[in-house]
Design a protein around this ligand. Structure first.
Ligand code: HEC
Ligand code: HEC
Length: 355
């Protein structure tokens, strides 16, 4: 008993000692942050948060202000110009300087995603956001940005609270960008969507209509086979694959191939989550389908079975002539897809414009 007590005491002293050391270290610079505890919905996988950028209350707050602020750009745009709350943080369309139309991805449940952008090129949201300073998005002039931040008491205070450093003029461009994308990355990870009608149906707190139930059966059985790729709590298996959009993909339609150069990646895209899908038209990486009806018709009768590297699920023997859904079944499937809308998510005050 005595030994146990002694061990416990030693352990406790150790814990106190370590704790006070850590505190002193931070207090030396007169700066400390409070951890932000992300509420992980039941059934979701563990959050995938880079060790170098843990969530803090102060970091998330700064990220939220920056996300909605054109201060970062030299063309009047903010992140929220293209990622709008009412569309699950997307907008209908975006055309690149090269003239390609790329569907804007929604921002939701990114804390649980292993890769980002349509072709899955990036492994962190921070890496995606670094690209936003470039000409085709913000066209940011860093000297102007430093001057604007210097002149803002709000940002001087918030940068200090989040990072213990607001000496903008003595930071390199890279250092300043890293702090900005770190804060925004923290904010983005707090955008969690888990309260759709379908979620409530699974919790037995709401019923689905008769057509939605027919759609659900098509979705979760071999009849539609959607669940293999868009199942689970996140409504994506998170794999990168080819669902057969083109017989001979060219340009941006080559997907993952465009950054690996590997012919085995031709036509492959990161499987998108179907959460809030009714809010994020148009559909697919290039927005080629305007409605969910068109998407369902594609899976029903438009899959290019000879597309390179097509996923074997798309070429099962029973699909040689398409899914052969009746008009009624197709409508039911669309009705079911609409149950993935989470209105509490899009109107959550914690994510809205704080300015
Ligand atoms: C001009 C429009 C535009 C602006 C401004 C913009 N984005 Fe995006 N965003 C897009 C498009 C288009 C995509 C899809 C790009 C792709 O996959 O190639 C995207 C993708 C993303 C993704 C990847 C999402 C996923 O699920 O993989 C993140 C994260 C993101 N944007 C965050 C931001 C942040 C943060 C800002 C501000 C710093 C920002 N965006 C500004 C258009 C924009
Ligand atoms: C083999 C995996 C796979 C199967 C099975 C599959 N999908 Fe997809 N789905 C994908 C991929 C990959 C994309 C993105 C393709 C792209 O944009 O190039 C996608 C995109 C979508 C989109 C557009 C998402 C957006 O944000 O624009 C919808 C809607 C969709 N699928 C619904 C379905 C439905 C309904 C079924 C069943 C009939 C189904 N999918 C079956 C892999 C699959």
């Amino acid at each position: 008993m005595k030994t146990k007590l002694a061990i416990l005491l030693v352990l406790l002293t150790g814990v106190f000692f370590l704790h006070s050391c850590k505190k002193d270290e931070k207090n030396d610079s007169g700066w400390d942050t409070r951890p932000y505890y992300l509420d992980i919905p039941t059934g979701f996988p563990p959050a995938n948060i880079p060790a170098v950028n843990p969530l803090s209350v102060e970091g998330v707050e700064l990220g939220r202000y920056l996300f909605y602020d054109p201060i970062l750009s030299s063309n009047g745009l903010s992140c929220s110009s293209c990622h709008q709350a009412s569309k699950a943080y997307s907008v209908p369309s975006f055309v690149t300087t090269a003239g390609d139309s790329i569907s804007v991805l929604p921002i939701m449940n990114l804390a649980f995603s292993p890769d980002f952008t349509w072709n899955g090129q990036f492994s962190t949201t921070e890496a995606v956001c670094m690209g936003d300073f470039e000409p085709q998005f913000f066209n940011t002039n860093m000297d102007t940005l430093v001057k604007r931040l210097e002149a803002s008491t709000l940002y001087k205070n918030m940068f200090f609270r989040a990072f213990g450093n607001n000496a903008f003029t003595s930071m390199s461009d890279q250092e300043l960008k890293t702090k900005i994308v770190s804060a925004i990355g923290q904010f983005l990870r707090t955008l969690v969507s888990s309260d759709s009608k379908f979620d409530r149906y699974l919790k037995h707190t709401e019923n689905l209509s008769s057509t939605e139930l027919v759609g659900m059966t098509i979705f979760f059985t071999e009849q539609g086979d959607c669940f293999h790729c868009h199942g689970g709590a996140l409504m994506t298996s998170n794999a990168i694959t080819n669902n057969g959009l083109d017989s001979l993909p060219a340009g941006i339609d080559r997907g993952k191939y465009n950054y690996t150069g590997n012919p085995l990646d031709d036509g492959k895209f990161s499987i998108p989550s179907l959460r809030n899908i009714d809010l994020t038209a148009p559909y697919m990486h290039d927005g080629r389908f305007k409605t969910l009806e068109e998407v369902v018709e594609f899976y029903n009768s438009g899959v290019h079975q000879t597309s390179p590297n097509i996923d074997p699920i798309m070429t099962k023997a029973n699909k040689a002539f398409g899914l052969q859904l009746t008009a009624y079944e197709k409508q039911c499937l669309v009705d079911f897809l609409k149950t993935f809308t989470d209105t509490a998510f899009v109107s959550n005050p914690a994510y809205q414009n704080p300015h």
